[in-house]
Design a protein around this ligand. Sequence first.
Ligand SMILES: CC(C)(COP(=O)(O)OP(=O)(O)OC[C@H]1O[C@@H](n2cnc3c(N)ncnc32)[C@H](O)[C@@H]1OP(=O)(O)O)[C@@H](O)C(=O)NCCC(=O)NCCS
Length: 422
Amino acid sequence: MEALKGVRILDMTHVQAGPTCSQLLAWMGADVIKFENPAGDATRGQLRDVPNADSLYFTMLNCNKRSITVNMKNPEGKAVFVDLLKKCDIIMENFGPGVLDRFGFTWEKIHEINPKIVMGSIKGFGSSGPYADFKAYENVAQAMGGAMSTTGVPDGPPFVTGAQIGDSGTGLHLAIGLLAALRQAEQSGQGQYVEVAMMDGVMNLCRVKFRDHQRLTRGDLPEYSVPTYKGMGDVPRAGNDSGGGQLGNAIHCKPHGANDWLYIVVQEAVWDALAKRIGPEVHIPDLATDARFSTIGERRKHQQLMWTLINKFAENYTKRELMAILNPLDVPCGPIMSTEDLATDEHVRGRDMWVELDHPQRGKWYNVGMPIKLSASPAKIERSPTLGEHTDEVLKEVLGLSDADIASKRTAGAFSLPPKKK
Ligand SMILES: CC(C)(COP(=O)(O)OP(=O)(O)OC[C@H]1O[C@@H](n2cnc3c(N)ncnc32)[C@H](O)[C@@H]1OP(=O)(O)O)[C@@H](O)C(=O)NCCC(=O)NCCS
């Protein structure tokens, strides 16, 4: 049985942050009803690669959901919303600040309608504080949560990371909060409001940088390859430094193209074996006993030279060859994998992390698979719904409406937007 079988979610989320969360919950077996503006989630039409087909932006974030369109600005539409609220365990949204309140549905009102329902909200900055009224997108959250100021090299601009820590990262945080609140609701009969601010989520993911922020009040950061000093205040951008207790960096390999790099962690325990292997080829046969590298403290002091030597060794090998040399020595390392590398990787395919799907509008396409593997209920990945594909099905199955009821609500404009005034 699927882990979340029987859990019904009224999913008002759009774009990326919320849909990431509801897709994961759908993959764990929840019945996720994507409650869409009749105009559709804006991402259906964004970055389209196939004319008139739902974009990959949408399809990759909305698998295993049912789509129903309801106009929340129409009284009949609102009545359908209220009826669905009564039949769901979770409601979730990531509208801009105040949108749901303007529809007339504050958390207090929703709680009154269904005291057991758990409500999840994502906002850029939460519902309190000076930033509460602001909208946010991924890179705004990366900028304001500490990620950008600590990513890049010191004399270059701050960088965003390709991993969507602001959107998808916040979706993950929300999923954890919703499951905890659901468990509590099952025991107490009372739902609660679960709020995750994107800025807070990014700060949480930058936790180690705030560790370093406080260490700087006492001294420099010897593991950083860039200059740091006591009291400098801001944690600097440190390129590809490991950011942990062990030294690490990206090493450029043959044939020195954009992704011909191997990330290597020079773990304390492996230095001896690593030094014995590379020493002779970089003309320092006694590297393993060289005083400049004899302890981790010494290696931190002389890390620029250490990385130069390892880079010199790497000149003769591709990233895969270097990996094959280092793995038997137990050196933690990994090639920088391009999207193409990953899409064709045997390990990735074997773990169902690049999944082929079919879609009525776009034909064959791929989604990144479910990264959380439950042994008793593995995810079965199914395509995303077309806009409003399940409107009638949900109204009949969940609300018990008849064809005549549905037709009357449809005529009243519950499921569509009024024509634009000319
Ligand atoms: C992402 C974001 C910036 C997009 O802004 P936006 O496109 O202006 O969308 P909003 O959420 O503010 O507004 C949605 C609009 O659709 C309307 N709408 C949504 N669902 C509707 C429905 N079922 N029926 C009728 N109207 C609907 C809302 O009423 C609102 O219009 P209004 O402002 O006239 O009331 C904003 O939603 C946001 O800040 N969200 C929170 C943070 C977040 O999740 N960001 C990451 C997204 S990946």
